[in-house]
Design a protein around this ligand. Sequence first.
Ligand SMILES: [Zn+2]
Length: 177
Amino acid sequence: MKGERFMDTIKTETAGKQTARCPSCGSKGSAVKMTTLRSLIKKERQGRITVNQYFFCNTGDCNVVYFSEDGIQPFYKEDLTVRVGIKEDSPPRPLCYCFNHSLEEIYDEIKRTGKTTVIEDIKSRMKEEGCSCETRNPQGSCCLSTVNHFVNEVLLELGIKEDQIVDKGNKDCCKVK
Ligand SMILES: [Zn+2]
């Protein structure tokens, strides 16, 4: 995988952030807080939480959602109370869990109007209402980078060039004040 092994040793860009590899697909996960697991793993399966640090697998076609560094007993899609939109092939595929935006909705809007208002909606509503990514989004972090990524993909796929709604750096809605 393109020299990623070297990156492993220096991947500590943000304080407290660590990474480990998914036992199923081998890609690097992002650290998630325990509150995210406690909020989204089905109650009857929470007894399987054995360590303090889990990581989220971001790979679309991998069934593993959370795994620990030792790779033992990962949590799969069916262990969660919500659908992990980026890991599903059929609707509904939620992308923004705080304000209920789905992949289908964004795709339809772009197809209909050539653009999407979802990113602005998320930004403005999180300012007014605040967001709860930590307890609602399986990624345990802001959905904006995922939404941005998807919007870009759709714009490319549909042959629309809309540079102004391409990500401009507000990657983390939780940090927008
Ligand atoms: Zn994986």
